[in-house]
Write a protein that binds this ligand. Structure first.
Ligand code: MGD
Ligand code: MGD
Ligand code: MO
Length: 800
C-alpha cells in the first residue's frame, strides 16, 4: 500500500526567514532520504558553474562569477531527487498492477526512484513489462505511420535541452504535425502573447546586470523564496545597495519579506536578516489590472497637476486631473514640484517610442478610486504610495510571475506591466527592463528552437530547405486545444517529452477518463507519475538520462545547452553516474522514434546523436543571428545573450512602436456568475516542498503547514462569517459552469493572512476544479490563479 506521511498534520509557524537554517535542514533531510550516493553532495558544488551542470529546478540565470555554492534549497532538492539511490526496477512493476498504482499519490509514485528500463503496458496482467529499445521504437513507428499527423500530439515539459527540443520539433514537423503543446502554454504563454503586442518581444527584456543598475524593483505575483531562490541573492544585493523593492502579492510570502543567506556562514551565525520588500501590497487575486491602473492613474494625474501649474509651457496633455480633490494625488504632485520636477512621465520617451498613450491615460483618469479600490483590494493611498516610489526612481526593473499570467486576464496583466514601464521609459536602459521570471529550467529556450504550436514563430522555409521536406503550415494545438481533442476522442497518439500532463492540466476527472481511450501513449521520463499509470491502449514508458548524468555518446561525453529567464544561453555537462546502463539520452530516444517513423527528410539523426555539437551547428544554421558561434560560446562563463530588440528600444511590432494597450475592463466577467454565500476566489500555489507535480514532501515551512497538502488558506473573518472554524474540514466546489459538478473533498481550513473574498490551495490537488474553458481567451493560459469556488462542510475525512 502507499506510504502516508508519518506525522500528524500540524498547522502553525515555526519558520524563520527564507533561506537560513530551515533551508539547510530541509536540504540535509532530502539528501539522506533519497539515499543519494556520497559523490552526490560533492556534485552540488558543480551546480550552475561554468563547466558544471545547470540545475534542473528553476530557470533563474547563472552568473559569470558564481557564488562559491551556486545552488539553493530547492535546487538541492531537485538534484537529490534526480540522482536518488532509489530505483523503479522490473520487480517493482512485476508486483504492482497499474490499476493498483492509480490509487497512489503523486509523492508516492515519484518517491519510488528512477525509471531504469523501457517498459510496455501488458493488457493481460495490467502491468508494465520490460521491452527492448528496438522493439519499442519499431512499434511506435509502425503505429504513428497509420495516423493522421493532425491527430498526434507532441507535448514537451520545459526541461529538455535546446538540442533535444530542436530534434523533437523537427521530428514532429517532418512527420507532418505542428501539434507541439508545451508546459509554457500553462505558464508564461500570456507573456508570449502580451509582450509582442506591447513591445515586440516574445520574452522579457531584463539581463542580470539590471539588478545591479536599477534603483527600484517592482516585484509582482512571484514567490521568489520557493520558486527561484537563487534570485534572492540578486534581490539581497540590490537591497544592500539601497534599492527599493515594491511587492504586489496575494499573500505575504516570507521570501519576499526577509532573507538569510544559507551559504554565508556569518549571516547564518548572526542570523543577519535582509528585509527584502520595502513596500508590500497585499492585493486580491485578479486585482492586478486594477492595482497597476491605480498606480498609472496616480502617475498620470500627478503629471497632469504639474502641467496645470505650468501649462503654458507644455501642450498636448490633458491639463486638469479628473479628481483634483484627491488629497493624496495632489500631495504627490506637490512633492514632485517641490523636488523641482517638471514632469512625472517621460514625455520624450512616450512621444518618440510609443503609441496609444492618450487612450490609456484617458482610461486611467476615468476610473474612480472607489472602483480601483474595490477590485484591487488596495487603498488609493497604497496605490499612490507605490506610484511615488516609482516616480522617485530613475531605473525601475519590473519582475513578475504566475500570479499575473495564469489568469483570465493574463494577457492584459502582462500588457499592464508594459504600460507601467512605458510611462517613465523604464525599458531598454540599464536597470530598467521587464523580467518575466520563468519556470522550468529550459522552458524559454524550447520556444527559441521551435517548440511551439504557432507556425509563424518558426522559420519553416529554412527547415524545409535544410532537411528537404514540406513543413506543415497549419496552426497546431496548445495544451488546452490538446485537452479538447483528447476529450473529443480525436487524439490518436500522445508523445510526451517529460512532464506530467494529466496532473498539470485542468479538468482532471474528464481528462483521466478520455486519456484511457488514446490509441498510443508514449512517455519519455525519469520518474514514475500519474500520466504513466493512467495510459492509452498501447502504452510505452521510456526512461531517459537526466541532465545531471554523464551522457556518453560515440564522440565522448556530451554537453547540452539551455536558456535562462534572462535570455542567456548556458552549457551544461552532466557529472553523475547514470542511474542505469539501460538508459538512453533524450536525443537518442527522439532519434530512435524519428528513424522508425519518418520516410522523408534528410536529418542525419545518427551523427547528431553521436556528437551533439552537430545539433548545435544545425541550430545555428537555422537561427544564425540568435546562435552565432554557438559551439564556441555556450560553455563560456555566464553563457551568452540572445539578442532581444526591445532591449535596444527597437520595437518589432506592426507599427514599429511600443504600444500602450488599454485593458477593456479591470476584472473578468464570469459567465454563469456565481451567486449565494460561501463563494471565494481560489488561487492555486506551489508549496516549498514540490516542483510542479513532483511532490518532495508534505511541509511548506514558509506557510506553517506540516504533514499535509490538503489545506485551504482563508481569511479568518471569512471562515467565521461562513459559519466555520479554523481546522474544520471542507469540500471545494467550482462555482462557475454549474452544469458539470467539479469538487475536491476533505480540505482543512487554515486561517491565513489573505484578503477577504480570496482563498488559496495547492496545485495539483485542486486541478479537478478547473473547467477547461476557464482560460485567457488570447493566450489560452488556464486561469489557475482565479477561480470562483464554494466551500461546504465535508463529510469526508482528510486523507492526511
Ligand atoms: N521549488 C519550486 N520551484 C519552482 C517550481 C515549483 O513548483 N517548485 N515551479 C517552476 C515553474 S514551472 C514555475 S512557472 C515557477 C512558478 O513560480 P511562481 O511564479 O512563483 O508561481 P506560484 O508558486 O504558483 O506562485 C505565484 C505567486 O503569486 C501570488 N499570487 C497568486 N495569485 C495572485 C494574483 O492574482 N495577483 C498577485 N499579484 N499575486 C498572486 C502567490 O501568492 C504566489 O506568491 O516556478 C518554477 N520553480
Ligand atoms: N492548478 C495549477 N495547475 C498548474 C499550475 C498552477 O500553478 N496551478 N502551473 C502550471 C505550470 S506553470 C506548469 S510549467 C505545468 C507543469 O507541467 P509539466 O511540466 O507537465 O509537469 P512537471 O510536474 O514539471 O513534470 C514532472 C515529471 O517530469 C519528468 N521529468 C523530470 N525530469 C525529466 C527529464 O530530465 N527528462 C524527462 N524526459 N522527463 C523528466 C518526471 O517523470 C516528472 O514526473 O503545470 C501547470 N499546472
Ligand atoms: Mo511553469
Amino acid at each position: 500500500m502507499t506510504a502516508r506521511p508519518k506525522s500528524k498534520p500540524k498547522i502553525g509557524f515555526d519558520s524563520g526567514p527564507a533561506g537560513g537554517w530551515g533551508s539547510a535542514r530541509s536540504v540535509t533531510e532530502i539528501v539522506l532520504r533519497e539515499q543519494v550516493p556520497v559523490s552526490g553532495s560533492a556534485l552540488l558544488a558543480k551546480q550552475n558553474k561554468p563547466a558544471g551542470y545547470m540545475c534542473v529546478s528553476c530557470a533563474w540565470a547563472k552568473p559569470a562569477k558564481p557564488h562559491p555554492l551556486e545552488f539553493c534549497e530547492n535546487g538541492a532538492k531537485a538534484t537529490a531527487w534526480e540522482i536518488t539511490g532509489r530505483r523503479v526496477d522490473e520487480a517493482f512493476f512485476a508486483s504492482h498492477t497499474l490499476g493498483e498504482l492509480e490509487g497512489w499519490r503523486d509523492h508516492d509514485l515519484e518517491e519510488q526512484g528512477r525509471l531504469i528500463h523501457p517498459m510496455r503496458w501488458d493488457e493481460a496482467s495490467d502491468k508494465y513489462i520490460p521491452v527492448s529499445w528496438e522493439s519499442a521504437f519499431t512499434e511506435i513507428g509502425r503505429e504513428l505511420k497509420h495516423f493522421d499527423p493532425k491527430n498526434v500530439e507532441f507535448y514537451t515539459s520545459g526541461r529538455a535541452s535546446l538540442e533535444t527540443s530542436y530534434m523533437y520539433q523537427l521530428f514532429a514537423r517532418i512527420y507532418g504535425s505542428n501539434n507541439l503543446p508545451d508546459s509554457s502554454n500553462m505558464c508564461h504563454e500570456s507573456s508570449s502573447v502580451g509582450l509582442p503586442q506591447s513591445i515586440g518581444a516574445t520574452v522579457g527584456t531584463a539581463v542580470l546586470s539590471d539588478f545591479q543598475n536599477c534603483d527600484c524593483i517592482f516585484y509582482i505575483a512571484q514567490n521568489v523564496g520557493t520558486s527561484s531562490p537563487r534570485l534572492l541573492h540578486d534581490l539581497q544585493d540590490a537591497v544592500d545597495r539601497g534599492v527599493k523593492i515594491v511587492t504586489f502579492n496575494l499573500l505575504r510570502e516570507p521570501g519576499l519579506e526577509r532573507f538569510t543567506n544559507p551559504q554565508a556562514p556569518t549571516e547564518m551565525l548572526t542570523l543577519k536578516e535582509t528585509p527584502i520588500s520595502s513596500e508590500y501590497y497585499q492585493l486580491r487575486n485578479g486585482g492586478d489590472v486594477a492595482a497597476l491602473m491605480g498606480v498609472s492613474k496616480a502617475l498620470i494625474e500627478a503629471d497632469d497637476a504639474l502641467h496645470a501649474s505650468s501649462l503654458s509651457k507644455v501642450t498636448g496633455f490633458d491639463a486638469a486631473p479628473k479628481d483634483p480633490a484627491n488629497a493624496a494625488a495632489v500631495a504627490f504632485a506637490a512633492s514632485m514640484a517641490a523636488a523641482d520636477k517638471k514632469h512625472v512621465l517621460d514625455h520624450d520617451f512616450i512621444a518618440e517610442h510609443t503609441a496609444g498613450f492618450e487612450e490609456f491615460a484617458a482610461a486611467a483618469r476615468n476610473y474612480s478610486w472607489d472602483e480601483l479600490e474595490r477590485v484591487s483590494g488596495l487603498t488609493s493611498g497604497q496605490m499612490i504610495e507605490a506610484a511615488r516610489t516609482y516616480a522617485a526612481s530613475d531605473a525601475v526593473l519590473i519582475c513578475y510571475g504566475m500570479g499575473l499570467t495564469q489568469q483570465i486576464m493574463g494577457v492584459e496583466n502582462v500588457e499592464m506591466i508594459a504600460n507601467l514601464a512605458l510611462l517613465r521609459g523604464n525599458i531598454g536602459k540599464p536597470g530598467a527592463n521587464i523580467c518575466a521570471v520563468r519556470g522550468h529550467s529550459n522552458v524559454q529556450g524550447q520556444r527559441t528552437v521551435g517548440i511551439t504550436e504557432k507556425p509563424e514563430l518558426v522559420p519553416l522555409d529554412k527547415l524545409s530547405e535544410l532537411y528537404h521536406f514540406e513543413a506543415p503550415r497549419w496552426e497546431g494545438h496548445t495544451t488546452v486545444d490538446t485537452c479538447k481533442a483528447i476529450l473529443k476522442g480525436e487524439t490518436k497518439a500522445f508523445i510526451s517529452l517529460g512532464g506530467n500532463f494529466l496532473r498539470a492540466v485542468p479538468e482532471t476527472a474528464a481528462m483521466e477518463e478520455a486519456w484511457r481511450e488514446i490509441p498510443l501513449t508514449v512517455q519519455i521520463a525519469t520518474k514514475l507519475n500519474r500520466s504513466h499509470v493512467i495510459h492509452g491502449k498501447i502504452a510505452y514508458l521510456l526512461p531517459c538520462l537526466g541532465r545531471l548524468e554523464v551522457d556518453h555518446q560515440a564522440s565522448g561525453p556530451q554537453e547540452v545547452s539551455i536558456e535562462s529567464s534572462v535570455a542567456q544561453f548556458h552549457g551544461s555537462r552532466g557529472r553523475a553516474k547514470p542511474a542505469s546502463p539501460h538508459l538512453l539520452s533524450e536525443p537518442a530516444i527522439v532519434a530512435g522514434m524519428a528513424k522508425a517513423t519518418l520516410t522523408t527528410g534528410t536529418v542525419p539523426w545518427d551523427s547528431w546523436v553521436a556528437n551533439y555539437a552537430e545539433i548545435r551547428n544545425a541550430i545555428e544554421r537555422t537561427y544564425p543571428e540568435t546562435f552565432r558561434d554557438f559551439n564556441k560560446r555556450f560553455m563560456q562563463p555566464g553563457g551568452f545573450h540572445r539578442p532581444v530588440p526591445a532591449r535596444e528600444r527597437k520595437w518589432v511590432t506592426p507599427n514599429k512602436k511600443a504600444n500602450f494597450i488599454t485593458p477593456p475592463r479591470l476584472f473578468p466577467i464570469f459567465e454563469d456568475a456565481p451567486t449565494g454565500s460561501n463563494v471565494l476566489n481560489l488561487s492555486t500555489l506551489r508549496s516549498n516542498d514540490q516542483f510542479n507535480t513532483t511532490v518532495y514532501g508534505y511541509n511548506d515551512r514558509f506557510r506553517g503547514v506540516n504533514g499535509t497538502r490538503q489545506v485551504v488558506f482563508v481569511n479568518k473573518h471569512d471562515i467565521i462569517s461562513m459559519g466555520f472554524a479554523p481546522g474544520d474540514i471542507v469540500d471545494l466546489t467550482t462555482a462557475i459552469d454549474p452544469q458539470t459538478e467539479r469538487k475536491v473533498r476533505g480540505f482543512r481550513l487554515v486561517a491565513y493572512d489573505i484578503p477577504k473574498g480570496c482563498c488559496a490551495a495547492y496545485y495539483p490537488e485542486t486541478n479537478p476544479l478547473f473547467p477547461l474553458a476557464h482560460h485567457d481567451p488570447q493566450a489560452k493560459t488556464p486561469s489557475y490563479k482565479l477561480l470562483p469556488i464554494r466551500l461546504t462542510r465535508s463529510q469526508t475525512e482528510p486523507i492526511h
